[in-house]
Design a protein around this ligand. Structure first.
Ligand SMILES: [Zn+2]
Ligand SMILES: [Zn+2]
Length: 363
């Protein structure tokens, strides 16, 4: 089997023959069908996610078929069609699971990188960056808890987006901001995740839904996903004032920040209403300090985070599939291009250039 291995940050991945450990207790061997290039993969490959171990197999927006199950696996069997997530299903027994926050489970924890299950021809062990997943390979051994079963007739190039790109945006609105009908939403950053935040806002009955970006092409696309207003933050003299103007002078009840950068975050926060909620979705690196003014919090503005849309894997993904099948969630429009595994570096370069929503590798 082959994997795409990162040996050096900022350099193309090396596609090479590797061996893969057999599935251990609670693990499943998955034959990958599709894996998308996510912007967090691009940040990691550039070395912008700190000291990730090398060499490593990246990739996490993956879907495929169960080939073999390890000891104790009960939810899945060979032949099942699955989508992977870096946030596992909750254990159902710990404190957080019992209070309904299975995304915060302390038994099945999210980890961002770890010891891998692959070995290269030189006998070197390869780390995995996307924790349990490692989707830039023909096969992966993944814990059962990081997988959700999906219907076999669902196209895998779309299905693989559900547990990361789609839920990160949609879940930030529905699960974290808990947007209610007639409230206003601004989405800052209209890439793949931002577009899904817009979809979540439309689904929740929000109005207005304001898209904020610096590229007119992205703002046009945002309108196709349901944004009712668009603000070009590069061209608008005062984008904060513009969002306040669109939202009846109050500011947006919910602001979803789907782009990295502390100064962008500060501006997005000031776009929120006095009791509004700003949800940080875009992380990334760079400047860590900004001139946040404590008095801006006085009205009761809230600033909060969202990891992967606070996904409850086996609850939210089936719901999203239902929405897709009934025409209430756009997935087809998220897929910009398909690439064979051999062209993964081209797919990554094209995603990094910024104009595409999602490029998907098809195995
Ligand atoms: Zn992702
Ligand atoms: Zn738990």
């Amino acid at each position: 089997m082959r994997a795409a291995v990162c040996y050096e940050f900022g350099k193309p991945l090396v596609i090479e023959e590797v061996s893969l450990d057999p599935p251990g207790k609670g693990e499943v061997r998955v034959k990958l069908a599709a894996v998308a290039i996510c912007h967090s993969d691009i940040h990691s490959l550039k070395g912008e996610h700190g000291d990730l171990p090398l060499p490593a197999v990246p990739g996490h927006e993956a879907g495929g078929y169960v080939e073999e199950v390890g000891e104790g696996v009960s939810y899945l069997k060979p032949g099942d069609t699955v989508v992977a997530s870096i946030i596992p299903e909750g254990c159902g027994r710990c404190y957080y699971c019992r209070i309904g926050l299975s995304n915060q489970c302390t038994t099945n924890e999210l980890y961002l990188y770890g010891e891998g299950k692959y070995t290269n021809k030189k006998g070197q062990r390869l780390a995995q960056w996307a924790g349990a997943v490692a989707g830039f390979a023909e096969y992966a051994v993944i814990p059962e808890v990081n997988l959700v079963k999906v219907p076999p007739d669902l196209p895998m190039d779309r299905a693989c987006l559900l547990a990361c790109g789609v839920i990160s945006g949609f879940g930030a609105v529905v699960n974290r901001a808990r947007v209610v009908p007639n409230s206003s939403v601004a989405v800052v950053g209209c890439g793949g995740v931002g577009l899904n935040a817009i979809q979540g806002a439309v689904f929740s009955g929000a109005y207005p839904v304001v898209a904020v970006d610096v590229l007119d092409s992205k703002l046009e696309r945002a309108r196709l996903f349901g944004a009712t207003h668009a603000v070009n933050a590069a061209k608008e003299k005062d984008p904060i004032a513009k969002v306040h103007e669109i939202t009846g002078g109050r500011g947006a009840d919910s602001v979803i920040v789907a782009v990295a950068g502390i100064e962008i975050l500060r501006q997005a926060f000031l776009m929120s209403a006095r009791d509004g909620t700003t949800v940080v979705v875009g992380h990334g690196h760079g400047e860590k300090l900004s001139a946040f003014n404590p008095t801006d919090f006085m009205g009761g503005r809230k600033l909060t985070g969202s990891a992967m849309g606070a996904v409850r894997l086996r609850l939210d993904v089936p719901r999203l599939i239902e929405l897709y099948r009934t025409g209430r969630l756009k997935l087809d429009e998220l897929v910009s291009g398909h690439y064979p595994f051999e062209e993964i570096n081209q797919a990554i370069a094209s995603s990094a250039a910024g104009e595409v929503i999602r490029n998907v590798i098809m195995f």
